[in-house]
Every structure is written in C-alpha cells, then in structure tokens.
Design a protein around this ligand. Structure first.
Ligand SMILES: Cc1cc2nc3c(=O)[nH]c(=O)nc-3n(C[C@H](O)[C@H](O)[C@H](O)COP(=O)(O)OP(=O)(O)OC[C@H]3O[C@@H](n4cnc5c(N)ncnc54)[C@H](O)[C@@H]3O)c2cc1C
Length: 401
C-alpha cells in the first residue's frame, strides 16, 4: 500500500512547519494535551486560532460558503496531525465548535443556524467558542439518563437542570446542550433533543471545577429557567440521541490525528533526550529497558497513524463508520498512556517538577501528560464504553448493558 502524500499535502505540511517556526516561542514543545486541555495562556491561544483562521486552515474541509476551503478530509487529517506535532495552540478553540458542532450543524442544522454559527466558528474569534453540555451528576456513560429539561413555551424553550465536567464552559460563548424534551418516551434515549444555548443568557451559571491536579479545565453549569428561541433546537425534537451518536463519532474521530501528531513529536524529543543524557557513565540510549519502552511507544504511535488514515478514507468514501471512531479513541488513549508513562520513567524526578521550574525538561510537557492521560481516557466516553461499542459493532457481539 502506498501512503505517499500528494504534492499539495506535502506543501501544506511545509507551510505549517514555517508557520510554527515563525509564530511559536523558541523551544516550544506544547503537546496539545499536556495541560489537560486548560490553556495557560488563553489570549495567546485565541491569537493563534485567529491566525490559523486567516490562513484558511481552522476548518479547512468545510465548504467555502461557511468559512472553509473545500479541502479534502485527508488534507484536514494531515493538517490536524501537523498542527498537533508542532503543538500549535488555538487549533481547536475549546474543541467542540470546530470538531463536532460545526460538522453536526452541516448535517442536521437549519440553514439559519448554519449561516449564523459556522462562519463564527470558522473565524477563530471568541464568539465562535463552544462547550458541550452532555454529562450530569447522574448521567455519564449512561447518558440517556440525563435529567436537564427543555420545555416548549410558545416560540421558546425553557431550560432547567445541571451539567457537569463541562470543558471550557468558562471560555465558551455557546453551549451544545442535550436536554430531555419528553418525559413519557417509552425508552429514555428517545425523549432527548439537542439545543444551542447562548452562555450569556440570563439564568446560566458557570462554576469552576478544579481537576485532581488543580487545573481549571471543566465546570459545573446550572440552567435556571433559561429561555432560548425555539429556533435553537437542532434537528428534530426527541431525535437528539441519534444526532448525539454522530456528534460523538466526530469527536472520537478527531482524537487520533491530534494524539498522533502530538505524541510523535514527544517521542522524537524523548529519543533525542536519551541520546544526549548519560547515567552512570553510559548514554540512556544504551539501556535495553529504555530502548524497548521507546520502541513499544513508537509501535503504538505508528499504529494510531494508520487507524487515523483508515478512518479518514472510510469517511471520504461516504460511509458512516460504526466502531472505527471508538477503536481510534481506544488506541489514542493507549498511546497517551504508553508515552506518558515511558516519558515519566525516562525523565525520572525531572518529570515531576512543574513546567515553570528551572529543572523541567522538554518544557514540562511530560508532567502534564502523566497527570492528564487518565482523564483523557474518560473524556468522550470511557475506554470500557468504547470497547463495548467495538464489541457490538465491530465484532458482532450482543449489546452490553
Ligand atoms: C477531561 C474530561 C473532559 C470532559 N469534558 C466534558 C464535556 O466537555 N462535556 C461533557 O458533557 N462531559 C465531559 N466530560 C465527562 C465525561 O464524558 C464523563 O466523565 C464520562 O462519560 C464518564 O461518565 P462518568 O464520569 O459519569 O463515569 P461513569 O459513567 O459513572 O463511569 C464510572 C466507571 O464505570 C465504568 N462503566 C460505566 N458504565 C459501564 C458499562 N456499561 N460497561 C462497563 N463499564 C462501565 C466506566 O468505564 C468508568 O470506569 C469530561 C470528562 C473528562 C475526564
């Protein structure tokens, strides 16, 4: 099989490399997931997202009329890998809008919703930043159990309820909200609908939740009689579950190229490090245990690349993948785990100091990854849930409960 990229794709890689060299501080490693998703410098991140948007890269595979460049999905995948490789911040602007809200609006949204929101997301401006309101205190893996209510009142809906673990809600202008619209549906997943909520609406309260290593990545969001226009319903009322499946597939798809790019770079940095660092008189690179760990991580990273391209190819053929997004998510989680653990073992005590410390190595990214990888394996569906999907749709096993 020939995986050679086209001249156009090669040129794109070259352009992104130049962009990274010109725009990023020297010595920047910035693995995209190193800080558990919380940008330490939001202004810098937004300034970069604006620049990526001006280049036409931010949503390159979207149609031109909505702010994209009509690029192929393969080009977009190459872009995602390369941007993650250089750790360019701002490429996903809180992730939700670029990766799943926009694509879902193109599939299920009204023309009015598309015309309003797609160009905003494509602009890379703060008004195009979204958060995703699915999880609740009693609804995570069992998402169909969610209790937030949306009740129709004339040409509005009134929203009441609570969301939790809402990434970037403190940054977002819009929320992609899943709420219950029918209490009497025969099956609980049939009474759900998707909505667009303006985070500036009266009655929306965002409370920070610090993660277990003290960073402000996610939030609790409370909706207290929040009124939204009925035209903010996305797709059909009570059909939200089916749209959600598509949104999750988009979300899980995006993890493989991003993880591949970021972790390939980190692996390369670790390889340089073991070549340059001596321990008890010998370079670390001669230690067989370290060599095997790096080889092991390299196998996982390259496997992920193949998965990312295979899924992109399936999508570009017009098929709707069933289990492949979950497979890629599981493999992404595995890559993060292997590289983070190997990185921490190789750097030893240096991996435990804060990124700002003078003792930090590789810009301190290994510390963030080591602390952050378990959370990434929970976000967008836990590894166990993803494996159940692979079992059911990939292997034809009976549905699990
Ligand atoms: C970094 C991060 C970012 C997040 N961002 C968002 C966000 O922006 N918006 C949002 O809505 N949510 C977000 N979440 C929440 C995330 O989607 C949920 O945490 C996740 O779906 C798991 O739900 P839970 O926490 O309720 O755990 P539970 O569902 O209670 O699961 C607990 C454990 O039980 C296992 N388990 C549960 N059911 C099964 C089953 N049927 N079979 C086998 N094992 C099972 C799980 O795998 C897990 O190990 C985020 C989470 C993290 C960690």
């Amino acid at each position: 099989m020939d995986f050679k990229l086209t001249e156009k794709e090669q040129a794109l890689i070259e352009e992104i490399r130049k962009f990274a060299e010109e725009e990023l501080p020297s010595g920047w490693v910035g693995a995209s997931l190193a800080d558990g998703g919380e940008s330490r410098d939001w202004e810098f991140e937004m300034s970069m997202s604006r620049k990526l948007a001006q280049k036409g890269w931010l949503v390159m595979s979207w149609p031109k009329e909505y702010g994209g460049c009509d690029a192929s999905l393969l080009e977009q995948t190459v872009y995602e890998m390369e941007v993650a490789y250089w750790g360019i911040p701002g490429a996903w602007m809180g992730v939700s809008g670029v990766q799943w809200v926009g694509p879902c609006l193109m599939l299920f949204g009204t023309e009015e919703q598309r015309r309003k929101h797609l160009p905003l997301i494509a602009s890379g401006e703060p008004d195009g930043v979204w958060c995703t309101g699915y999880s609740e205190p009693n609804a995570g893996s069992d998402l169909a159990n969610l209790q937030t209510r949306a009740v129709r009142d004339g040409d509005e809906y009134i929203i009441n309820g609570q969301k939790v673990w809402t990434s970037a809600a403190h940054r977002a202008r819009w929320c992609w909200l899943m709420a219950r619209t029918d209490l009497n549906a025969l099956k609980k997943h049939r009474g759900l609908s998707l909505f667009i909520v303006d985070m500036k609406s009266p009655g929306v309260t965002v409370r920070p939740l610090l993660n277990y290593y003290g960073r402000h990545h996610f939030n609790e969001v409370f909706f207290d009689n929040v009124r939204i226009p009925a035209s903010n319903l996305v797709g059909e009322e009570n059909r939200g579950w089916y749209q959600l499946m598509q949104a999750l597939a988009f979300e899980r798809r995006s993890t493989a190229p991003i993880t591949y790019g970021g972790f390939k770079r980190l692996l390369e940095k670790l390889v340089e490090y073991v070549k340059d660092t001596r321990y008890e008189g010998s370079p670390l690179s001669e230690n067989p245990v370290i060599r095997h760990k790096l080889a092991d991580a390299a196998v996982a990273v390259e496997t992920l690349k193949l998965f990312a391209f295979q899924l992109t190819w399936r999508l570009s053929q017009g098929t709707i993948p069933t289990y492949e997004s979950s497979r890629n998510k599981v493999m992404s989680d595995e890559v993060m785990k292997r590289v983070a653990i190997s990185g921490a073992e190789i750097l030893g005590a240096y991996s435990q100091v804060d990124p700002d410390s003078k003792w930090a190595k590789l810009n301190g990214v290994v510390q963030g990854l080591y602390l952050g990888f378990p959370g990434q394996a929970i976000a967008a569906g836990t590894t166990e849930v993803e494996k159940s999907i692979i079992g059911q749709f990939g292997l034809g096993l009976p549905k699990s409960y």
